[in-house]
Design a protein. Structure first.
Length: 213
């Protein structure tokens, strides 16, 4: 059952935005932000049954639609569930709003404020256990966003693989294509020197180097 809370105008705007995001999810939004954009266009049309959406609500919903894939990736990475469909729809809508604020509106809203606001909203409209879950997920997202850029590599990205280059391998330049006069280019695009490619001049040069030592 929803509880009585005294919300500021900005908090009410967040809640209205979460309501729109929640409804879009119920309409089968999934990963398609166009469903959310279509619903927002409907909500901008004021009828006798609806009060106008606050400007900040519109800004939030547009921001969530524009960044839906990244927002959902961040939530899924820290929710520790098999998929976002296992997260309560109300909680997911509120977290999407908060993550957008942490991604795109930190100059206006500090991350801790976005989290506190999300928890307040969840406490008023969701279950008693939701507040702790939402807090844990959003705080983990905040810490990831606060981490240095070099440490925020997507899971499975090439940067996670060993990208070190051997000093004995010469990268193939962009204009060289597959024309490798000495050695052959492997699948990694590098020249690998073969024993049969070593000439007598190369050996003589090596002998001179060894003599110097």
């Amino acid at each position: 059952m929803s509880k009585k809370y005294s919300f500021t105008s900005r908090t009410k705007a967040r809640k209205r935005a979460a309501d729109v995001v929640f409804e879009a999810d119920q309409r089968g939004m999934g990963r398609d932000p166009e469903v959310l954009r279509d619903l927002l266009r409907e909500r901008k049309v004021v009828t006798a049954a609806l009060t106008p959406l606050p400007d900040y609500s519109i800004r939030i919903v547009e921001g969530v639609a524009d960044n839906l894939s990244r927002i959902d990736h961040l939530i899924a990475a820290h929710a520790n569930v098999p998929g976002l469909d296992r997260v309560a729809a109300v909680d997911l809508a509120v977290m999407r709003v908060a993550v957008w604020e942490m991604l795109a509106n930190t100059k206006d809203v500090p991350a801790v404020t976005a989290i506190d606001e999300a928890i307040s909203i969840v406490k008023s409209i969701s279950t008693d256990s939701s507040a702790g879950f939402v807090n844990a997920v959003l705080d983990a997202v905040r810490r990831e966003l606060d981490a240095p850029a070099w440490s925020r590599q997507p899971v499975g990205s090439p940067a996670e693989e060993d990208s070190s280059e051997s000093p004995f391998e010469e990268p193939v330049g962009p204009d060289e294509g597959g024309d490798v006069p000495r050695g052959e280019g492997g699948e990694d695009g590098k020249r690998h020197l073969r024993l049969e490619d070593i000439t007598a001049a190369d050996l003589a040069e090596l002998d001179e180097l060894f003599d110097e030592y």
